[in-house]
Design a protein around this ligand. Structure first.
Ligand SMILES: Nc1ncnc2c1ncn2[C@@H]1O[C@H](COP(=O)(O)OP(=O)(O)OP(=O)(O)O)[C@@H](O)[C@H]1O
Ligand SMILES: [Mg+2]
Length: 645
């Protein structure tokens, strides 16, 4: 029995011994956590027969929503679909639709008739030759010279009749869609299906001539869109289908029926084309932002005109209701897995804590639940290995080290290398070198040292900024913004300098969260002021020096701690997002809101005064009726060399 406790300071306000006491709702739609927006739309789509495009990150419940939609559709309107030979035009087989369950009966009846007919023909093919032999012998008055010839003629006749039997057999219909035993409307996942599997196909027949071949209707293969008739057709990454297939899918959506023909133009199957086959399905297309780009515009317009587009949530609010839902999620995953034991309450709380951490934001829980499910299974396997009756808190904690993502493994490897080669020299103060922080994938924090050096400008009066590290668009633009900041505030003539910025050991940098790091390295190089190497930093920067929030702060800070770094400078807005694992709690966190504060904390104490040159703009309050806060403009006195990055 689950009881509610009041005033508890734990993560869960309900009391239970283990998750076996938490009941799992029978319907899929009730098992989905978060995604309220998507649930509402999918429900509407199921009732009104609309199509849906779900865009979002992997493992956030898109397929689950599709399957849940099929449970909501009526299943008493199902129909069986048969393909029947067309004696007038064998290459154009007929399609027959029957109420659910009648398809099989029709086929069985035809088989029975075929069997009887065959029996009759069998009888005739024996009886007629015997009769002929007897008549011939009687006519010849049983002349012994005639007997062998008559017998031979009889055998020949038998063989001819036997070989003709196959050709005139009754053509039994073939069942394409059998809904006799269905309890819910079909849910067909057509992700990655080749065009034949998706749209139906007609097999090639090598013996098409001479009457030896398989009748065309028997070679017809049903498509997934037809199997989804009166149900859901779910397609992930629909943009990966060829344009032709997407066009055909569009036709199927419009017509609600689609003829089956051989997909390979060289095959004899291409000569066969059935009558239109019903495919009245709801399309639930899924994917990520890339999918939208590759989606055939007409197909997207069709979905938009006849349905909805939804962006899946990545996080849900961290409140008591959602924490309870996460507890139920653990119970669901255990029930689904069948191989792992239930979780104790404290183990569930560890899962909730991890969901907080993974959200990357204060007061939110992650909805990347496939990954979280992975952690649950790893902890379960560990508990089994350790002979635990229930999954305990320690199993989850240890599982976190086992279930680390590929990106985290890569970053751990990099961190080891940095340690080995002494790439980060914690105890020193170095000019032009700053420990930046970055994330690989979603969860792999990494320390990314950045170095800056100053050289006399190649072309006097036209100093440039050179940045290496294969910077992508946003990173390149951030370098540009930093040059504005430096020109604005430093008051130094920098038009005669070339500034070189290097992302040490890193390539393919994207994002602007290294802005504070680059700016610090450049200021350090220009001013010849050493930077504390026991400090790492992350933060985006406005052109006026304001530090702006970034993502992945927890993973970044933890990467710094793993390398032995003692202090981490982060944007003040990110402080709430920080959820360090216990082992990293000794790390000093410095929150900043302006670049001058970054410098004050990063420069060695004797040079900290340089930070004052970057004093923040003063904000003044407007008159009462204008409740705006306006930032005072600071005069720019330095000259402006052309800077290109
Ligand atoms: N919102 C959710 N509620 C409950 N369980 C979820 C949710 N999202 C994901 N899961 C769990 O993760 C598993 C995978 O989810 P699902 O297949 O629906 O993800 P998806 O969004 O379709 O991912 P992909 O884009 O990789 O196909 C589910 O079977 C379920 O166990
Ligand atoms: Mg999926």
């Amino acid at each position: 029995m689950v009881t509610v406790t009041k005033g508890s300071n734990t993560l869960l306000d309900i009391n239970f011994h283990d998750t076996s006491e938490i009941s799992v709702p029978p319907k899929l739609i009730d098992q989905i956590l978060g995604q309220e927006k998507a649930i509402k739309i999918v429900k509407k789509a199921a009732i009104q027969g609309r199509h849906v495009l779900l865009i979002g990150d992997p493992g956030t419940g898109k397929s689950l929503l599709g399957a849940a939609a099929s449970e909501m559709l009526p299943h008493d309107v199902m129909e069986d679909i048969l393909v029947v030979a067309n004696p007038k035009n064998p290459n154009n087989p007929r399609i027959v639709t029957l109420p659910s369950g009648e398809g099989k009966i029709r086929v069985e009846m035809a088989q029975e008739r075929a069997r009887k007919e065959e029996g009759r023909r069998n009888m005739l093919s024996i009886f007629i030759p015997i009769l002929v032999v007897l008549l011939v012998m009687m006519w010849a008055k049983f002349d012994p010279q005639i007997v062998p010839g008559a017998l031979l003629a009889g055998i020949f006749l038998f063989m001819v009749m036997n070989s003709m039997r196959g050709r005139s057999e009754i053509l039994v219909p073939k069942i394409l869609v059998d809904t006799a035993n269905v309890t819910t409307a079909p849910f067909v996942d057509a992700t990655g299906a080749h065009s034949g599997a998706l749209l139906g196909d007609v097999r090639h027949d090598p013996y098409q001539s001479g009457g030896l071949g398989t009748p065309p209707h028997e070679r017809v293969e049903v498509g997934l869109i037809h199997k989804a008739n009166r149900g859901i057709c779910y397609i992930d990454e629909v943009g990966t289908f060829s344009i032709k297939t997407q066009q055909q899918l569009l036709t199927a959506l419009q017509e609600k029926k689609f003829q089956i023909t051989g997909q390979s133009e060289l095959s004899s199957g291409a000569m066969v084309r059935t009558e239109p086959v019903p495919c009245n399905f709801i399309l639930i297309a899924a994917g990520n932002q890339e999918t939208i780009r590759n989606l055939h515009p007409a197909l997207r317009s069709r979905i938009r005109g006849q349905g909805y587009e939804v962006f899946m949530d990545k996080v849900m609010e961290d409140n008591i209701t959602n924490r309870r839902k996460l507890a139920r999620f653990v119970a669901q995953e255990v029930a689904k897995d069948l191989k792992i034991p239930h979780f104790t309450k404290s183990a569930v709380e560890q899962v909730i804590y991890e969901a907080q951490r993974r959200s990357g934001r204060a007061n939110f829980l992650t909805l990347m639940l496939r990954d979280l499910g992975g952690l649950i299974r790893t902890a379960g396997d560990l508990a089994v290995e350790r002979g635990h009756q229930l999954v305990e808190e320690t199993d989850i904690i240890d599982a976190k080290n086992l279930a680390i993502t590929l990106e985290s493994q890569i970053t751990s490897d990099t961190i080891e290398k940095y340690k080995e080669y002494n790439l980060v020299r914690i105890k020193m103060g170095l000019v032009g070198r700053v420990n930046g922080l970055a994330v690989l994938g979603n969860t792999g924090g990494i320390v990314m040292p950045i170095e800056a050096a100053i050289t006399p400008a190649l072309h006097s009066g036209a100093g440039r900024i050179y940045a290496t590290g294969q910077l992508r668009v946003i990173a390149r633009e951030s370098v540009q913004n930093i040059s504005a900041l430096i020109k604005n505030y430093l008051g130094k003539e920098i038009s005669n300098m070339d500034i070189h910025i290097q992302f040490v050991g890193t390539h393919g940098v994207e994002g602007d969260s290294a802005s504070v790091t680059i700016a610090t390295a450049v200021v350090s190089a220009i001013e010849d002021a050493p930077i504390r190497q026991d400090t790492a930093m992350t933060g985006s920067l406005s052109v006026r020096g304001q530090v702006l929030p970034i993502g992945g702060v927890t993973y970044k800070a933890e990467a710094a701690a793993r390398l032995g770094i003692k202090r981490v400078i982060i944007p003040i807005q990110n402080y709430g997002d920080l959820k360090l694992d216990k082992q990293y709690e000794g790390l000093e966190i410095i929150t900043v809101s302006h670049f001058s504060e970054v410098l004050r904390n990063a420069l060695i104490p004797s040079k900290a005064f340089i930070a004052d040159r970057f004093k923040p703009d003063t904000a003044i309050e407007m008159e009462e009726e204008e409740d705006l806060v306006v930032v005072q403009k600071k005069q720019n006195t330095s000259s402006n060399p052309t800077v290109t990055t």
